[in-house]
Write a new protein. Structure first.
Lengths: 242, 242
DNA sequence: CGAAGAGTTGAAGGAGATCAATGGCGGTGG
DNA sequence: CCACCGCCATTGATCTCCTTCAACTCTTCG
């Protein structure tokens, strides 16, 4: 898939783009990079001069903790700009890595900032993109703080699947989430044993299955109920139904 | 304190403002509102037409959970724009309330958006403000997910005290944090009993005291160490020392 | 003056972390 | 080629920390 197209599609999910905005995006040049699983491409403390666009696969943001442990903060897929904040914040306070194999495109900050001057409405679309990120962070606070472990796991699966469907990255009721159980633990603040047991509880509910990095949604309504998932916080123009 | 001044001072902590930017801010008109403790002024689902500027006191953002329970997400003080996101996201996914008595100013979105057209650099300063919010949310994910309870409490106190000092809202080693223990619990994902016991543990460390909504920092280095607090994520132009 | 809520403390019970052991799979190197 | 290593996934047992519950005081507010 063409990187430009994927960004345009993504921004259109929440913002109106005029044809001039789209033309600006099409003028972006970039270099792409193929990433093997678990490969860092931006590290804490870096001062990036390029923005990253996810072209394919999944990437994650994480805080590095003492002892090499991680706290994953969010996951991003095709069309996302997972470090748009880097445009205005010099130094990274977290790292970015691939989750499973992925392809990313690097767009020079200068090009994007130049486009903002010509098309302020494009700047607002990307501003909105960063605001949606913040809404996802807020939900993650609540998810990890106020929900039971099986519930928070279901919520994460709901969020990823919902966003994948918005971008038509699902294959029917299936969706690639190349996370390992240890990584799920470092996302949801659970020990590995608890991750496994929560997963089995969700499996036994009959609403979903997850193995080998693939989520299968068998009963969306039920999974949504189990995860206490309400997609309003994703602020999409056209909420998905069913 | 004049609301305009307070906003200018706050933006200057992380962004350069030219005199034209400051002139635009001084042209903002607003109505102020006096709030008694625990008073909601924006609710989940609202579609605000005004941005809020905290003039004095403290305000908090929270998610409303089933059963009326809350998850507090962040706290804001004089000079903060706790719902700048409302400029571009129609519907609130969380609520805002006063923590203790507070005064807030409402500035019409139209005025702010108009100022952005004349002074794009002002827009970028406020964009950066929303990005700093996001960094605080990320840190809250890690705080509530990966740190022990006493540590996360110390971290919260460090963050609030550090930000208060940046804005000179502290009184020496004291700083007003008008949170009750139940509210601390709904912030840090702890039961009230645990809040109390963690607090006593911190007191007994000799690095701080907290009672009746006032934090007293007795040994900043030690408190910082106990909270595993590293202020880099606040991205200030001039980090405070000591 | 009674009710409600904050703060405090002790005891209980439970959810989840930790530890340990196993099987399976993929990669590497002798 | 296959033996070995490392990591993922799984499961059982133990143990600990934290939630829950209860009781009491104190303050505030109606």
């Amino acid at each position: 898939m063409d990187p430009h197209e994927t960004l345009i599609r993504n921004l259109k999910e929440h913002s109106r783009l005029r044809s001039d905005d789209i033309a600006e995006i099409c003028n972006f040049s970039f270099v792409t990079k193929e990433l093997s699983p678990d490969q860092d491409f931006i590290r804490q403390g870096d001062q990036p001069k390029h923005a990253v666009l996810v072209v394919s696969g999944m990437v994650g943001r994480y805080h590095l903790l003492k002892g090499g442990r991680r706290q994953y903060l969010s996951f991003h897929m095709s069309g996302d700009l997972p470090d748009a904040q880097g445009l205005f914040i010099e130094r990274m306070d977290h790292a970015l890595c691939s989750i499973g194999p992925a392809r990313v495109a690097f767009i020079p900050h200068k090009q994007i900032l130049g486009a903002f001057e010509r098309r302020p409405s494009l700047g607002i679309a990307i501003w909105r993109e960063t605001l949606l990120d913040a809404a996802i962070f807020r939900e993650a606070i609540t998810n990890n703080s106020a929900r039971s472990r099986p519930t928070r796991m279901a919520h994460l699966f709901c969020e990823v699947f919902y966003r994948a469907r918005l971008s038509q990255l699902n294959k029917g009721n299936r969706c690639s989430i190349p996370l390992t159980l240890p990584q799920l633990g470092e996302t949801l603040a659970m020990a590995i044993a608890s991750v496994n047991r929560a997963l089995q509880q969700l499996r036994s509910s009959g609403s979903m299955d997850f193995r080998e990095g693939e989520l299968i949604v068998l009963n969306w309504r039920e999974l949504q109920r189990l995860g206490e998932f309400n997609p309003d916080y994703l602020h999409m123009k056209k909420p998905l139904t069913g």
